[in-house]
Design a protein around this ligand. Structure first.
Ligand code: ADP
Ligand code: MG
Length: 241
């Protein structure tokens, strides 16, 4: 379980308070979509949760462990078990899609495997399955530098899944994808949330958010202004989107 209490963060030289007071609890299996006007702090919040940025104030606990206070258990857990997918997925451009999926991020992969590139055959099967699920089977042997942005996003998702990520933080993972592919990516994530307890926090366009999310957060004035489960937003709730 993830608990955030009164998280605040100001950015830039002017100390613009982007996140003022963010509090929530998240259970395994939730698929949360962050909504909010451009500049409302969606990416900043995801980066804080991914430990890519520091926050100024507030508590962040995972399974009861305070993340900031506990460098070892808290931070290590996040680095190993969570995957952060920024809009330009971080992949090794000189490796094929398949190798990227197999080798994983450095924090998730033993050093010998990073160096030798050696994999077990059941890992190979698992990687091909995920690539297939995400519509990338025919791209498996291509270098990721030759893939489109949307394809790279999907390779990054496949990689997170193969390495058993428990939490995926994905910033606009379907932007630039054609509608059919976007839907298949979101179907896959939703199914995994339901069946395996994977937790996803992501940013999507409103229409897809309402179809796939189990929970919608509307960010406004640095707060979660609306926290909605199991229904669409009212016209009042979507007024600033
Ligand atoms: P969103 O993803 O909702 O569009 P962001 O989290 O990217 O919003 O940005 C929120 C606000 O914070 C924006 O006004 C952005 O310009 C500003 N911002 C984010 N990071 C920085 C930074 N490192 N330095 C200065 N301003 C920043
Ligand atoms: Mg953003």
């Amino acid at each position: 379980m993830i608990t955030v209490e009164h998280l605040a963060k100001a950015v830039g030289e002017d100390k613009l308070p982007v996140l003022r007071d963010i509090s929530f609890q998240l259970e395994p299996g939730e698929l949360v979509v962050l909504l909010g006007a451009s500049g409302s702090g969606k990416s900043t919040l995801l980066r804080c949760l991914a430990l890519r940025e520091k926050w100024d104030k507030g508590n962040f606990r995972v399974d009861g462990v305070n993340v900031r206070g506990n460098m070892f258990t808290g931070r290590r857990k996040i680095r190993r078990e969570w995957a952060y997918l920024e809009q330009n997925a971080e992949l090794n451009p000189n490796r094929t899609a398949l190798k990227n999926v197999l080798i994983g991020q450095s924090s998730q992969t033993p050093l010998w495997r990073m160096v030798t590139g050696m994999v077990r055959s059941d890992d190979y099967m698992g990687a091909m399955d995920e690539l297939d699920l995400l519509g990338l089977l025919d791209k498996a042997k291509m270098k990721t530098s030759q893939l489109s942005g949307g394809e790279r996003q999907r390779v990054a998702i496949a990689r997170a899944l193969v390495h058993g990520a428990k939490v995926i933080l994905a910033d606009e993972p379907v932007t630039g994808l054609d509608p059919k592919t976007a839907e298949s990516v979101l179907e896959t994530l939703r199914k995994l949330c339901k069946e395996t307890g994977l937790t996803v926090v992501t940013v999507l366009p409103l229409e897809l958010a309402e179809r796939y999310a189990t929970r919608l957060w509307v960010l406004e004035d640095g707060k979660i202004k609306h926290d909605v489960k199991g229904r669409r937003l009212t016209s009042q709730e979507r007024i600033h989107l």
